[in-house]
Ligand binder design. Structure first.
Ligand SMILES: NC(=O)c1ccc[n+]([C@@H]2O[C@H](COP(=O)([O-])OP(=O)(O)OC[C@H]3O[C@@H](n4cnc5c(N)ncnc54)[C@H](OP(=O)(O)O)[C@@H]3O)[C@@H](O)[C@H]2O)c1
Length: 255
């Protein structure tokens, strides 16, 4: 995900010079090449950095924090994309106060990402504007006023693509079970998702209005929608996203 974001920023010529550190140096070298940045071979060679984007897994952060903390001056802006690590833990473990929590998603790879932000109160307005404007050059950005909103929305936008991919996978598999060739089945479903998502994005119509355009009274679609409603589709989505949120809170305590 760190690579995806750096590539997005580089693609739109956001006003940053990139210094890339990754324990696997080939990865750092490849990314530095792609964003026309520099490799930092060892973390202790990091110097004079204004903004640090942390993109390791939450479980890897404690180790990184031990190595990174002595290298920081204290006035750097820390941008963390890690799920489940709250502002106060980032501030404590790194000894800095200016923290930005960010939650990206994988469609950033194709310039269609959603990037959520929460800024700690010590991040100045010009710093917030600079970060939001830079990411807005290649994605949809949302500035959330409460940290918990970021955790709530993570299940919908950060995890959201996986929920949609799973739905597409299941629809494809059911078509195959009913005799449609796998290649056609998956292509049909993928194209239906793409077409529906494009209608959602571009028509200025709500999901409900678009649904009603398909589901004519007495027709076939309403029967399928009735099964969704009777089976508690809304409750399933509610439960799944709540479970993801709770896992974040659980990890928050464990890490
Ligand atoms: N994937 C998503 O859709 C998504 C969405 C939203 C947020 N996120 C967040 O993004 C973060 C990364 O997720 P991912 O899916 O990109 O995981 P990933 O593919 O495992 O990437 C983690 C990267 O962190 C590097 N790393 C490990 N230890 C490090 C250290 N001490 N210092 C610096 N870098 C270190 C790893 O390098 P090595 O390969 O050398 O170990 C690897 O390149 C997670 O915190 C996750 O919560 C991911």
């Amino acid at each position: 995900m760190g690579r995806t974001l750096a590539m997005g920023l580089a693609r739109v010529h956001a006003p940053f010079n990139f210094f890339i550190y990754n324990p696997t140096q080939e990865k750092a070298r490849a990314l530095a090449h792609d964003v026309q940045g520099s490799v930092v071979p060892l973390l202790n060679q990091l110097a004079n950095i204004d903004i640090v984007l942390i993109a390791c897994r939450p479980q890897q952060f404690s180790q990184l924090a031990l190595e990174l903390k002595p290298l920081l001056k204290g006035d750097e802006l820390i941008v963390s994309i890690m799920a489940a690590i709250p502002v106060h833990t980032l501030a404590d473990k790194l000894g800095v106060s200016k923290i930005v929590r960010m939650m990206p998603n994988t469609p950033n790879k194709i310039g269609l990402g959603v990037n959520l932000f929460f800024f700690s109160p010590t991040v100045s307005l010009p710093e917030r504007t600079s970060i939001l404007n830079s990411f807005a050059l290649f994605s949809s950005v949302f500035n959330l006023e409460k940290e918990d909103f970021l955790d709530i929305c993570t299940a919908f936008t950060g995890s959201g693509p996986a929920l949609i991919f799973e739905w597409a996978r299941l629809m494809g598999e059911i078509l195959v079970q009913r005799g449609i060739a796998a290649h056609d089945a998956h292509k049909m479903v993928n194209q239906t998702f793409l077409g529906a998502a494009t209608l959602l994005a571009g028509q200025g119509k709500s999901p409900l209005e678009l649904r009603e355009e398909v589901a004519s009274k007495g027709g076939v679609t309403v029967e399928a929608l009735k099964v969704f409603a009777d089976s508690g589709m809304g409750q399933i989505i509610d439960k799944a996203t709540q479970q993801a949120y709770l896992r974040g809170k659980e990890l928050e305590k464990l890490l």
